[in-house]
Design a protein around this ligand. Sequence first.
Ligand code: R5P
Length: 301
Amino acid sequence: MTAVVFAAFDELALAERLAERLGAIAGVIESRRFPDEETYLRLLTPVADRDVIFVGSLDRPDPKLARLVFLAEAARDLGARRVGLVAPYLAYLRQDARFKPGEAVTARSFARIVSSAFDWLVTVDPHLHRYASLAEVYSIPTAVLHAAPLAAQWIAQHVAEPLVVGPDRESEQWVAEVARAAGVPYVVFEKVRVADMRVDLRAPDLAPWRSCQPALVDDVVSSGGTMIEALGLLARAGLQAGTCVAVHALFAGDAHERLRAAGAREVATSDTIPHPSNRFSVLALLADGVRSASAFGMRAR
Ligand code: R5P
C-alpha cells in the first residue's frame, strides 16, 4: 500500500515535495488549539496498513514535542504499519553528558521519547559531539544524511578562489569533507567557548591565503557568536570578507542580522530549517534517506 507523508508541523511544501519524490500520498492533518491551549489533532488521510512518515524540523523543539508524539501515537492507533520520522534538523544533542551534579542529560531523554514514538528516524548532520553515533542514544534504526556535498557544490559555484574555514575543531569533520568535495584548501581554528554567546578563537598563520575568499563552514549557526568571531579574526588577518555557510539555520534571536552586520559577504544555509538564508536544498537527500529506510522494513510505496 502507498505510504503517506504528513507535515508534522508547518512544513507543508516540504512534505508534499517529499511525497511526490517518493510516489507517496501527501497526507492532511486537521489541527487546532482548544481554548486552554491543548492541541486537537485529526489525521484526515487514512493510514491503516500504510507506512506513515512524519516530516518536520525539530528546531525550537519544546513546543513541538507533544504534538510529534501525539501524531505518531494516533497513526499507530489508526493501524499504520510503520511510523517513521524525517527530521531534517534533530534537536537536543547539545547536553549529551552531565557536566555538573544534578543536570538533566536531555540528549538521552529526548532520544528515548522519540525512539518510543517512532519506528525509524532519518536526519541530516546531527550535532554529534561526545556520541560517536545516534545509535548510542536512539534505540530505533536511524539514517544520517550529510549535506557536505551540497555545501561544497554551492561554494564552488558562488565563491571565487575559496579557502574553506572551520571555526573550531568540531567543524573539521564537515570542513574537510566540503573542501575535499570542492577541491579547495581548508584551515581550522581553535575555539574556546567563554559563555553561551561568546567564544575565543585562535587561527593558524593566514598570510598564505590573502588572495582567497574565505568560506566559513559549520554544521549550525545558533547564537552566531562562533561565525561572528571568525569573521573578525579573518578581517584582522587581512583576508577578504567571508561567506558563512551552514547546514542548519538555527539563528537564535537576531543572530542572522548580527552576522550580516559583522561583515559576512553572504550567509548561505541548507533548507533543513526554513529561513531566508536557505540557498541549497536537502530534499533529494531526504528522499534517498527515506528510500534507504526501506532497509528498516519501511516501504515508500
Ligand atoms: C560547535 O560545537 C558547533 O559546531 C557550532 O560552532 C556552534 O554550535 C555554533 O554555535 P554559535 O552560533 O552559538 O556560536
